[in-house]
Design a protein around this ligand. Structure first.
Ligand code: S3P
Length: 436
């Protein structure tokens, strides 16, 4: 069996202009919502990555015809979903399983939603609870996948999210499409709003008032043409790499700059980062723009409160940035990181420690004093795309060479990650070894 790894040599500045692949959150939603729409939805610049391909495969298993015109262009023939012939496999996709659960509880047939061993470890009580309150018949094994769903009559509820989670908000709103009466979701913080933007654009009667979202069921979803913007969460690795590597100056085009996603930009600017953003238009409801990043000396910062949910996927790469900053950086209110693809607080602390970092892991965050010098070493991606990609950036800033094992998982969200970095001038390559 061949095993892929990233081979990294530091020392090269990053220069030039690039795009990044389509936004993962929007790509998942575009195929699912397109499947529910009455008619034909065209999607351009869709993300052809591990997680989104899993969502696409389940949509096809639900009897929806999806034409593929190359890796990033799809035509979805929406309409009624059909009973699948077996369990639906969402592989590693947390967004895929939680959003799809919201849809499946409203269907007139049973289904089973499952995934990889990694996905089976992730908490599902957070969706089982509100969906059950809506009348859904959904059960997990110890509140985890596989999820078994029977058809049931749903009614709208008012639900105050106990955790700031866009996946939970979306699952409840999607079930609300099939419920009798109004569904109201109240968020504790400004979680990503792609579901609201997209459903509204498709003609759903949905009102947003501060942190309260109200959905009235009844109207069919209008099919749409989507062009998916570049994923800010993918851009984040390139942004931090350019900030940390002396002499770098890069420009990223066509990136979603939806403010519910760009908390990292606010924090990096507070740290003294030289980042210029120019808004260039709107795509799939999201503002998009060009981001120019130049190498900068960073100062430490305290992160907590409302910004945490707006940068929730960026903490692994933020930890790398914090190691380069002058002074004591603290992160709190980020306990959600423990239930992502991996326990990202524990795993990042352990892997960066192998590169010589000193980080104090805390229950809902971490503390570290910088700047720290990293030393190249073999580290592990733990089948978690954002861990693997963050460690590549750490390797680019270290003394000596680094190997990040488990390169394959990067393509769960960022196919072509090493190639994109290499195009900007970094010495990064994906290699394979035969094992076993
Ligand atoms: C996502 C929501 C977030 C995020 C995930 C994508 C989404 O998860 O971490 O990568 O597309 O709705 P939570 O809802 O668990 O915070």
């Amino acid at each position: 069996m061949a095993v892929d790894y990233f081979a990294i040599r530091p020392g090269m500045a990053l220069h030039g202009e690039t795009r990044v692949p389509g936004d993962k959150s929007i790509s998942h939603r575009s195929v699912m919502f397109g499947a529910l729409a009455d008619g034909v939805t065209h999607i351009r610049d869709w993300l052809p990555a591990g997680d989104t391909e899993a969502s696409l495969a389940t949509i096809r298993a639900l009897g929806v015809e999806v034409e593929r015109h190359g890796p990033t262009e799809l035509t979805v023939h929406g309409g009624a979903l059909k009973q699948p012939s077996g369990p639906l496999d969402l592989v590693n996709a947390g967004t895929g399983i939680r959003l799809l659960a919201g849809i499946m509880v409203g269907q007139p047939f049973p289904s089973v939603l499952d995934g990889s061993e990694q996905l089976r470890r992730r908490p599902m009580k957070r969706i089982i609870e509100p969906l059950t309150q809506m009348g859904a018949n959904i059960h997990g094994e110890n509140d985890r996948a596989p999820l078994t769903i029977e058809s049931a009559h749903l009614h709208g509820i008012r639900y105050e999210l106990p955790v700031a989670s866009a996946q939970v908000k979306s699952a409840v709103l999607l079930a609300g499409l099939f419920a009798e009466g109004e569904t109201v979701v109240v968020e504790p913080g400004p979680g990503r709003d792609h579901t609201e933007l997209m459903l509204k654009a498709m003609g759903v009667d949905l009102a947003v008032d501060g942190s309260t979202v109200t959905l009235r069921p009844g109207q069919p979803l209008r099919p749409m043409d989507f062009t998916v913007p570049g994923d800010f969460s993918s851009a984040a690795f390139l942004i931090v790499a350019a900030l940390l590597i002396p002499g770098s100056d890069i420009t990223l085009t066509n990136i979603s700059i939806n403010p519910t996603r760009t908390g990292l930009l606010d924090v990096l600017r507070e740290m003294g980062a030289d980042i210029a953003v120019e808004e260039t238009g709107l795509q799939a409801g999201d503002p998009v723009g060009t981001i120019r990043v130049r190498h900068s000396a960073l100062r430490a910062v305290d992160v907590g409160g409302e910004v945490v949910v707006r940068m929730i996927d960026e903490f692994p790469i933020f930890m790398v940035a914090a190691l380069a900053a002058e002074g004591t950086t603290t992160v709190r209110d980020a306990g959600e990181l423990r239930v992502k693809e991996t326990d990202r607080l524990a795993v990042m602390t352990a892997e960066l420690t192998k590169l010589g970092a000193q980080i104090e892991e805390q229950a809902d965050g971490f503390m570290l004093v910088g700047p720290q010098t990293l030393h190249g070493a073999p580290v592990d991606g733990h089948d978690d795309h954002r861990i693997a990609m963050s460690l590549v950036v750490a390797g680019l800033c270290a003394d000596g060479d680094t190997v990040v094992n488990d390169a394959r998982c990067a393509s769960d969200s960022f196919p072509g990650y090493a190639e994109t970095l290499a195009k900007l001038g970094a010495d990064v390559a994906v290699r394979a070894v035969e094992v076993g």
